[in-house]
Design a protein around this ligand. Structure first.
Ligand code: TXA
Ligand code: MG
Length: 506
């Protein structure tokens, strides 16, 4: 079938297009349209054949019920029985909007629409195009998310085209949606009401209207292990092609942990995808990094989540790691969807970061322009199991200088380079808990200990690798002495690399 794709502007809705959509729906056809949550795949909710077409187009099991979308409260009279008192207060507060409520259904709602259930889920969307389409289509439009079953819900018309082109009559395109996660589902057929799916209308918001609200996730952890009540929740949920793991900790710990994993996987020639935030995205030197939004802006993260997950399916990555996000407001819905996509694989960042003791290795010499520089550069070129930042410092540096000319010459002769280095004085902020400091001489170590009382992890280089001789300065000596110095440092660095790699194994 040829799918008609039409652009619509919310501020100036072309009613001819809406009428065309209405006619298709009236004939029992399928029209995908935007809502404020995600794009929906619309069909006449009172027409059982239309409902069957939805299941077919989505490849969705037909016992998974659909949400009936309405444009006004009066429409409820025909499709629900014994409306609970709470309905009116909830509708007043949250409709039109991202809240779906479940009631007892009337006979005119076919079982094809409710997946055989006696109850019906109803939502009144806020999106102006959605409302016009519902009215044009007869007032009762069932609309599941317009994705193939098992893929992330579509948040742009492009996503709908990816999944539905050729399978449905029409797609209405109004660009990206506002919220990006499906509506909150609240079951009002039980007391107290139960949240079957978290969304933009949060439990806290519902509690301002209702005296009591239970979330289905809370019920699921009861020992009796009650089955989830929204049948849709029992199906395997969207999982990206590459396994996704959520890393949980403070922002800083998460970055450290994910960097550490990416570095390690990269050594095994595995490609890692990273879901990062705008605050952290530039802290990952390795991996395919996608930014989901700013940490303090949960709404932005919600809006981008599905698009980022879809994007990764187009990338050839072996594993995906995601930072975790705040559970404030819509955050609980974000973490619910992300958790499902990850098959609930959640790892504490600290468990990973604890596996790496040092992240920075600083070599210290007198003027910091020769021995320390050579050592830092040599270590940088070693094959290390873990990622370290290496640096050189001098204890007596009055102004930045380039590397010592003879040191540079010897390094060049050995295929290395000290280009671009500048000397830097050792300073207080070099003393971090995860920094290993190796001095060339004994006296340099004691100088650091005596000047900085917080000094920790400071060793002479030789002592750290169980040798017995300081690395003496070659200053003023002929080039041959620098060659000897180079060879000595090279073998010491190899020993250091071995020790670091051994420690990394544990
Ligand atoms: O935001 C939304 O709700 C979007 C947009 C298009 O409005 N629609 C949507 O529909 O997410 P869908 O079909 O992808 O998800 C509907 C969920 C399913 O998990 C389904 O099992 C549950 O609602 N549901 C529908 N009717 C139900 C009922 N009578 N009892 C329990 N759960 C029901
Ligand atoms: Mg869905």
């Amino acid at each position: 079938m040829e799918t008609i794709i039409k652009k619509l502007d919310r501020n100036e809705i072309d009613m001819d297009i809406v009428r065309e959509a209405g006619q298709i729906l009236g004939r029992g056809g399928l029209v995908a349209f935007p809502t404020e949550t995600v794009y929906g795949l619309g069909a006449d909710a009172l027409n059982k054949d239309a409902a069957r077409k939805i299941y077919e187009a989505k490849g969705r099991p037909s016992d998974n019920p659909l949400i009936v979308h309405v444009a006004d409260l009066q429409a409820l009279d025909e499709i629900i029985q014994n409306p609970p008192e709470a309905l009116y207060e909830l509708a007043y507060q949250f409709w039109p909007g991202p809240l779906t409520m479940i009631f007892k259904k009337t006979d005119i709602v076919p079982y094809e629409t409710t997946g055989g259930l006696e109850t019906v889920a109803v939502r009144m969307p806020e999106d102006l195009i959605a409302r016009e389409v519902i009215i044009a289509g007869g007032g009762y439009i069932s609309a599941p998310s317009a994705n193939i079953s098992g893929r992330p819900s579509p948040t742009t018309a492009g996503h709908v085209v990816e999944d539905m082109d050729g399978k449905i009559e029409m797609i209405l395109d109004s660009g990206a949606v506002e919220i990006g996660l499906e509506s909150t589902i609240l079951d009002l057929t039980v007391q107290p009401p139960v949240i079957l799916r978290p969304g933009a209308v949060t439990r806290e918001m519902l509690l301002e209207v209702l005296p009591e609200v239970v979330s289905d996730e809370m019920r699921q952890i009861t020992p009796e292990g009650t089955a989830p009540k929204a049948p849709g929740m029992k199906y395997r949920h969207y999982a990206p092609k590459a396994p996704l793991t959520i890393i949980e900790g403070t922002a800083k710990e998460e970055v450290k942990a994910i960097r550490q994993i990416a570095y390690e996987q990269n050594r095994y020639e595995k490609k890692v995808g990273i879901i990062a935030t705008s605050e952290t995205a530039d802290k990952y030197p390795i991996g395919v990094v996608k930014t989901i939004g700013a940490r303090e802006n949960e709404k932005m993260i919600a809006r981008n989540l599905y698009a980022v997950l879809r994007d990764f399916d187009g990338e050839d990555v072996d594993y995906i790691y995601s930072e975790s996000f705040s559970s404030e407001g819509i955050g609980s819905a974000i973490m619910n969807r992300l958790g499902k996509a990850a098959g609930h694989r959640i790892v504490k960042a600290q468990e990973i970061t604890d596996l790496q003791k040092f992240r920075r290795i600083i070599f210290v010499s007198g003027s910091g322009n020769c021995r320390a520089l050579m050592a830092a550069e040599l270590l940088k070129n070693c094959d290390l199991k873990q990622e370290y930042e290496t640096a050189a410092r001098g204890l007596v540096v009055l102004f930045p200088e380039p590397a010592n000319a003879k040191a540079e010459e010897i390094m060049r002769q050995n295929g290395q380079s000290l280009d671009g280095y500048e000397t830097k004085a050792f300073a207080e902020d070099d003393l971090d808990d995860d920094t290993l400091i190796l001095t060339m001489e004994e006296g340099q170590k004691w100088k650091i200990f005596s000047e900085y009382e917080q000094a920790k992890h400071v060793y002479t280089f030789y002592e750290y690798i169980d040798e017995s001789e300081e690395v003496a300065s070659a200053y003023g000596l002929p080039l041959e002495q620098y060659e000897i110095l180079y060879k000595k440092l090279k073998s010491m660095i190899q020993k250091l690399a071995n020790r670091l790699n051994e420690e990394a194994q544990n």
